[in-house]
Ligand binder design. Structure first.
Ligand code: NDP
Length: 270
């Protein structure tokens, strides 16, 4: 019997997760299908109940359900519990679901090895994705500065998930902080409104925008022009998907192959 997997969200039709996972399922000759599942806010509990009658193996969860998904599960990893959000659910038994958060390891995999003693990381934005990123970096003892439009959210995030080496402030001060940073991570969704941050010269420092495609293209184009080494969010998207795949099937899939498929799809949509 073909097993079912999927991604739950709203909106969901844009999601690259079916492309990533169905590619890996085909590559590894696994008898399962991965679907995009449109579920409105507040309805994840009933959606999981419905899926239990469909030979479900597990689901990814995206906006706006990551917080509710954790609450809907009967058990969770320490990472998901601490971050306060889940993006990977595994069906255990009727009424029993396991919650994990693979955004954190996915982000670290995409960032690559860094020297905690040398790097100074500036994070822009303090929304849902920043929570997983702050958790991942501080877990590896990497000092960070967190700037957000709503300063109280940056403060709360730094207090809940940071260490005594985590500082916070207002995003309007980014130019002041950027000079002493070696890695800048843009987790804001400002690209959706066509806004970009004007950057000083990068001198080959890293500018990692976790968005991708049309949303990130103007910001990344500007950063590259100013001499930053740029990275978009596709590598993080693929890596978090790979950790989900590993938790369902016990093996790491081919990240490069999936990244190439996603890059081709994004290029076609630009
Ligand atoms: P949230 O809605 O939780 O957070 C959005 C953040 O952006 C908040 O900090 C918000 O500030 C800030 N923001 C929004 N508009 C502006 C603006 N005009 N100026 C300054 N700051 C602004 O979103 P997520 O954290 O879930 O997602 C953020 C981005 O990351 C999205 O583009 C999403 O697609 C991408 N993403 C990529 C992933 C990947 O795997 N590559 C995974 C998850 C997300 P405030 O708090 O003041 O409202």
């Amino acid at each position: 019997m073909t097993k079912l997997l999927g991604v739950i969200g709203d909106p969901i039709s844009h999601s690259l997760s079916p492309l990533i996972h169905n590619g890996w399922l085909r590559d590894n000759r696994i008898d399962a299908a991965y679907e995009a599942m449109h579920v409105s806010a507040g309805e994840i509990g009933s959606a999981l109940e419905t899926l239990e009658s469909r030979d479900i193996l597990g689901v990814n969860v995206t906006l706006p359900h990551k917080h509710d998904a954790l609450a809907a599960c009967t058990e969770a990893t320490l990472a998901a519990a601490k971050i306060g959000a889940a993006n990977t659910l595994t069906f255990k038994a009727p009424g029993e679901w396991h919650a994990d958060n693979t955004d954190a390891p996915g982000f670290m995999q995409a960032l690559g090895a860094i020297d905690a003693k040398k790097e100074r990381v500036l994070i822009l934005g303090a929304g849902g994705s920043a929570r997983a990123i702050v958790f991942a970096l501080t877990n590896d003892c990497i000092p960070i500065t967190l700037l957000n439009r709503t300063v109280s959210k940056a403060e709360a995030l730094a207090r809940e998930l940071g260490t005594d080496q985590t500082s916070f402030g207002d995003i309007t001060q980014y130019k002041e902080y950027i000079e002493s940073s070696t890695i800048v991570i843009n987790t804001t969704s400002m690209g959706y409104d066509g806004n970009i941050l004007e950057l000083p010269a990068g001198h080959k420092r890293t500018f990692f925008d976790i968005s991708y495609g049309k949303v990130a293209a103007p910001q990344l184009g500007h950063a590259a022009e100013r001499g930053w080494q740029v990275k978009d969010g596709l590598s993080m998207l693929v890596a978090q998907a790979a950790f989900s795949f590993k938790s369902w099937f016990g093996m790491m899939p081919d990240l490069d192959k999936a990244l190439q498929r996603c890059q081709a799809a994004v290029k076609a949509a630009l």
